[in-house]
Unconditional design. Sequence first.
Length: 94
Amino acid sequence: MDYPPRFSASQDNHRCHAWRCPKVVPPSQLMCAYHWKMVPYRLQKDVWARYRPGQEVTKDPSESYMVAARKAIEYVKEIEIEKRREKRGTTIGD
C-alpha cells in the first residue's frame, strides 16, 4: 500500500486541525497547506518523525505523535489569535 493513502471523496469528513479551519484535507495530513506553512520546520519535522504510515487508517497514533501534533496545532492557533487581535486593533493584555 502506498502511504500516505490516496485521498478520496469518501474521506471528506477529515478537516484541517488548525483552529477554526473548515478546509478538508486527506486523513494523513494534520493541516491544510496554508496552516502547515505557518508551523516552524522544527515542529513539522517532529510531527513527521512521529507519524506512522497508516495511523490515520487504524486510528492509533502514538502518544508522541499526539504531543507533536498538539504543539503544531497550538503554535498555529496562537498565530491565528494574534492576527484576529491585530485586525480588531487590540493587543495582548487589552
